[in-house]
Design a protein around this ligand. Structure first.
Ligand SMILES: Cc1cc2nc3c(=O)[nH]c(=O)nc-3n(C[C@H](O)[C@H](O)[C@H](O)COP(=O)(O)OP(=O)(O)OC[C@H]3O[C@@H](n4cnc5c(N)ncnc54)[C@H](O)[C@@H]3O)c2cc1C
Length: 377
């Protein structure tokens, strides 16, 4: 029996909806307020122990069936140069005993799976709402919503992403997210599939990944570029992608370039990072996911960390006598693991902006980070 019975979760993204599922299951009645729920994004991969967290949430099989399963024997992607020549052997595959095979899924499909599972578990999900004030009282946190409603909750979870309003309200001293110098641009390129699924790098210009997604009949193309700008219009994004793809002579990327038109929908997001030092809680309010720890996609683990936060939070609250004890146990289990992901990812991002980018250090950093994550969460 959990030490709290009524919770508010701010943010209906990965961490918010996953914690709604996990907390409902231990008997906490959850309300989720989400500022603007809409089907956005391209692909997301869940590796390491994230599949185990999906399983614990009871949604792994559905994600696997609607995503792009990676079989155990599938090779890890190789990094290739602009002409398509491998820059080294494929990275060694880290074992995660007890976890399920990694899976990649289209973000809007995943968001829908999470939403349905949270509602089926009994959570109330309210779209178009946020919070304007959170006041700590002796028996409850009193929360004012953007529609003027005021409610009391035993616990408030800030799962509202990197620009967290809850963080601004409750932790005004928290650091601001920092730009790492790299921009991510993702493109769902038109089918048919192109052979040569791997990563391709063109020196300082940037790198391009290629993942055929037959289930959705598109090619998921993540790109990473070094640039000072932190925002791009669609026209600017088209221009920089065109310039990037023009650097390659590898047949797969030449074919991809032929399919790029000014109408291509390109999703540009700056890689920013943030690591709140312990504690991520104050009174009855706890931050999870990107609200507490955001990073680049170099390890592909940010969403996985938000899922792990959700399941570990429910485990800790279920076992604790008091909220303080539950939050303390959560913090003790989460900080070092998350720090590894944030710091390794940022180091990889900075390394990619130097001449050393293709040396052995990249593989070593990745291997060390993954080895840390192989232990249970
Ligand atoms: C280019 C890129 C690729 C990535 N690829 C991967 C990958 O392959 N694998 C992986 O595991 N991770 C990946 N990540 C990281 C992953 O996307 C994030 O770590 C993850 O989405 C964090 O989940 P979250 O729930 O904490 O935040 P979010 O997913 O950002 O969700 C926050 C939610 O809160 C809502 N919200 C915001 N403000 C408010 C407010 N004031 N009130 C109410 N609601 C609010 C938002 O609308 C949103 O729905 C990638 C990130 C990037 C940038």
């Amino acid at each position: 029996m959990a030490c709290v019975s009524k919770g508010l979760i701010v943010g209906g993204g990965i961490g918010g909806l996953a914690s709604a599922i996990a907390l409902q299951r231990i008997g906490v009645q959850c309300e989720v307020v989400e500022i603007d729920m809409k089907p956005v994004g391209a692909g997301i991969g869940f590796a390491g122990r994230a599949p185990q967290a999906l399983e614990e949430l009871g949604i792994y099989d559905e994600v696997y069936a609607t995503g792009k399963p990676f079989t155990e024997d599938m090779k890890a992607p190789v990094m290739r140069d602009a002409a398509g020549r491998p820059l080294g052997p494929p990275p060694p595959v880290q074992a995660f005993p007890g976890s399920r095979p990694p899976v990649g899924v289209h973000r809007p499909v995943f968001a829908d799976i999470l939403l349905r599972a949270a509602q089926a578990a009994g959570a109330v999900v309210r779209n178009g709402l946020s919070v304007t004030a959170i006041e700590e009282g002796p028996d409850a946190a009193r929360v004012t919503l953007t529609n003027g409603e005021v409610h009391d909750y035993d616990v408030v979870i800030g799962a509202d992403g990197i620009g967290s309003k809850v963080r601004a309200l409750v932790f005004p001293e928290a650091p601001e997210p920092e730009y790492t110098g790299q921009m991510s641009i993702r493109w769902l390129a038109p089918f048919p599939a192109i052979e040569g699924e791997d990563w391709y790098v063109a020196g300082d210009a940037g790198r391009v990944g290629l993942h055929n997604t037959p289930l959705y009949e598109h090619i998921y193309v993540p790109m990473v570029l070094n640039m000072p700008e932190t925002w791009l219009s669609q026209e600017q994004a088209y221009a920089v992608v065109k310039d990037l793809l023009d650097q390659f002579t590898a047949p797969a990327i030449v074919e991809l370039r032929a399919r790029l038109t000014p109408q291509a929908e390109l999703i540009a997001r700056p890689f920013k990072s943030l690591l709140m030092q312990p504690r991520w809680y104050r009174g009855r309010v706890l931050l999870i996911g990107d609200a507490a720890h955001a990073t680049t996609a170099h390890m592909g683990m940010g969403g996985g960390m938000a899922l792990e936060d959700a399941v570990v939070l429910a485990q800790c609250l279920d076992r604790a006598e008091t909220l303080e004890e539950g939050f303390g146990a959560f913090m003790a289990r989460r900080f070092e693991r998350v720090r590894t992901v944030v710091e390794t990812s940022v180091t990889l991002s900075h390394l990619e902006q130097t001449k050393d980018r293709d040396g052995p250090r990249r593989a070593q950093l990745m291997q060390n980070g993954m080895a840390t994550l192989s232990s249970p969460y």
